[in-house]
Design a protein around this ligand. Structure first.
Ligand code: ACO
Length: 327
């Protein structure tokens, strides 16, 4: 039997930090409103000459170094992003070029804020099918480029950043009746509901308007679905391996809004100290937020080898999902 192990993690945040107070000088908002409604204090914004692939390459190099592997060990690059450098080629191909990798395959995956969780599931399936051995999965976004900076209801919510995992096939003999023992990805759950494409979307695209477009959102509607769908994802991955909430060491959620995270924690009786939180300093970095949060938990020593980690996300589509892994 083969398991998909997380061998390394790396993150990158652009140098430029924009606080709520900075924003309040440009639009009709306040630090108090943003903190109260979202928990966000600040966000990182990419420089004009910094593209999604640049952020991705920084995170990828850090993940490779954490894993102790060389670029040439990688045989698949996946970039989860809703803000690619170009309509095509895939940002993953740009990353492959910038890393100097001459082998393997590269493609982008688009599930907006759920992109990294979708990517974990796809990488796990490809590794288990024998189509890849060592995968570089990156969540990288420059959401600042698709924000309407005159719309105070959306532009205060997002930030730029990237995070990457190195995932590798590892032989493993499962102990009968103990599905959750041993390292690696244990369970994946993906869902989407296309009925709600109109509550969170970008109002442009190559086929429809031939423009890039700007992000549009009905915040209250998204909020209403988020807690329900995230709870669905968490319950489903746990059910799959006969575990309970109390068995989980760390919850690593997509970071959209502190109120969504605390609402989910309350609904499922998750102790808040087990939830890794970065939204206060990063805002919502879409597909990058899950590896950015995991990276923070590793660097500050909270997440340790052997810990059970539950990743979850919900985003545009609507898409949502969860992945349970033992680090
Ligand atoms: N500063 C000051 N006032 C604001 C701002 C702002 N930045 N934005 C909106 N307001 C005002 C509105 O104009 C409105 O004023 P009015 O009552 O005079 O009309 C008032 O605040 C209330 O607006 P609502 O949109 O109803 O505010 P709400 O309490 O719903 O909070 C928010 C908005 C924070 C977006 C909330 O709905 C939310 O968090 N939704 C979840 C969306 C989310 O996190 N999306 C991220 C992408 S999806 C994902 O990743 C899961």
């Amino acid at each position: 039997m083969v398991r998909t192990r997380i061998l390394g993690c790396g993150t990158y945040l652009p140098a430029n930090i924009v606080t709520n107070t900075d924003l309040s000088k440009r639009i009709d908002t306040s630090d108090e409103w943003i903190r109260e409604r979202t928990g966000i204090h600040r966000r990182h914004i990419a420089a004009d000459n910094e593209w999604t692939s640049d952020l991705a390459v920084h995170a990828a190099n850090a993940a490779l170094s954490d894993a102790g592997l060389k670029v040439s060990d990688i045989d698949l690059i996946m970039v989860a992003t809703a803000t690619p450098d170009h309509t095509f080629p895939a940002t993953a191909a740009e990353v492959q070029r910038k890393l100097g990798l001459k082998r393997g395959a590269a493609f982008d995956l688009q599930a907006v804020c759920s992109g990294f969780v979708y990517g974990l599931s796809v990488a796990d399936a490809m590794i288990k099918a024998g189509q890849a051995q060592t995968v570089l999965l990156i969540g990288a976004e420059t959401f600042s480029r698709i924000l309407d900076w005159t719309d105070r209801g959306t532009c205060v919510l997002f930030g730029d950043g990237a995070g990457a995992f190195v995932l590798q096939a590892t032989p493993f003999d499962e102990i009968p009746g103990k599905k959750a023992e041993g390292p690696g990805i244990l369970s994946c759950y993906l869902r989407s509901d296309g009925e709600y494409t109109d509550i969170l979307y970008v109002d442009g695209g190559p086929s429809s308007t031939q423009t890039v477009g700007k992000l549009r959102m009905q915040g209250r509607e998204v909020f209403r679905h988020a807690v329900t769908n995230i709870a669905d994802a968490i319950r489903s991955v746990l059910r799959d391996v006969d575990l309970q909430i109390s068995d989980i060491d760390w919850f690593v959620p997509h970071q959209a809004n502190v109120r969504i995270l605390t609402g989910t924690a309350k609904k499922l009786r998750i102790p808040e100290e087990k939830v890794i939180l970065t939204v206060d300093r990063h805002a919502n970095t879409s597909a990058a937020s899950v590896p950015l949060a995991f990276g923070e938990g590793l660097v500050d020593g909270r997440i340790k080898p052997g810990d059970l980690v539950l990743f979850e996300a919900m985003g545009g589509g609507l898409t949502w999902g969860g992945v349970l892994a033992r680090y």
